[in-house]
Design a protein around this ligand. Sequence first.
Ligand code: NI
Length: 425
Amino acid sequence: MSFADFDLPREKVFRDPIHHSIVVDNQIILDLINTPEFQRLRRVKQLGTTSLTFHGAEHSRFGHCLGVYEIARRMCDLFARNYPQSFDASQRPVIICAALLHDLGHGPFSHTFEHIFHTDHEAITQRLITDPDTNVNQILRQVSESFPSQVASVIDHTYPHKQVVQMISSQVDADRMDYLQRDAYYTGTNYGKFDLDRVLRSMVPTKDGIVFRITGMHAVEDYILSRMQMYLQIYFHPVSRSMEVALECLLKRAKWLYQHPAATAGSFKPTLLVPFFDHQFTLDDYLMLDDGVFMTYFNQWKHSPDKILSDLAHRFVDRQPFKSATYNSHTKKFLPKLRQIIAQAGYNNEFYTGTNDSFKQPYDTYNPHDSKPASQIELLQQNGDLVELSRVSTLVAAVTNRAEGDQRFFFPREMLTDTSAAGAD
Ligand code: NI
């Protein structure tokens, strides 16, 4: 069977606040959306602790994945219509399936969870697509035996067709273009807005990837600046990062209690998390986790006899962020002293302090010496020659190859407000 054999007699539409309509015209796509693996993404927030700073940001990974699919689908249609010589339309099925499934392996509060439990959402995405026992795999295999591994290889960048990989993952790809707009909308901010339609219509598929028509340069500039502003104003917000540190401390304490059964007379065994504490989990164990499971445990832990666990659970559930201070390579030497003062005030450093570095380069030019060289953005001039974006855009040149962001040290806010906690009577 070929993918086209599954085309629906009539299109189905998912209403979406960002793209208006998300159009599904093939049964395979519809069946993938209806799998338990994909439906789980409804229960995983896209931005984790950011919703504790921007209360509108309750949107899920489900909506984002549909949005990336929709952008990839539009790219395919534009390319097939306008550039039939340089776009191979037979790649469309693998492109739209990879777009839809690219974040399938994300867990609840992914970043923190992976740090504590040493899981890897990219590896899990690969397994969910290639393991013959998943629903997703069985649906993809209807197209061909090798189709699941082709889809997985687009997502892990090993697919031989560079143009296809760049549509899903590059400096201007369907993934970023969806999350910037979606996260801007749900946080209630304007920073992430740019002219998506203009950017899409400026894209030109070539043998080696994607370039942009020079007439679309200002739309691409706007996209890059939007992305920089989203990082600095939303993704790097100190309060969200503080709540992430609180979550990390909480999960660290839970793991410690499990690994030291004497501390609780062996009574601390949160069933759904045990496989992760033991670092031995199955895909089924993983698929059972979502934001709701975590919040249920955290609510229970607020009443734990372990004072540290109950206090940290209270701080996270009831949104009591840690305070933070920025530091740099010169002031880093004061951190041990700060930790000492905090310990003297009665706080166990391991569970009551943390650091977070958040830096991003708004735009990278190609550096072949990087471990993962970024694909630079190239513009197609009227005479047919290519020119790298920062050579013609003074706006982009100003932010090129510059890391923006900061490093912070987090500590209990009582250190600043409660003098007795600081040991001053
Ligand atoms: Ni994504």
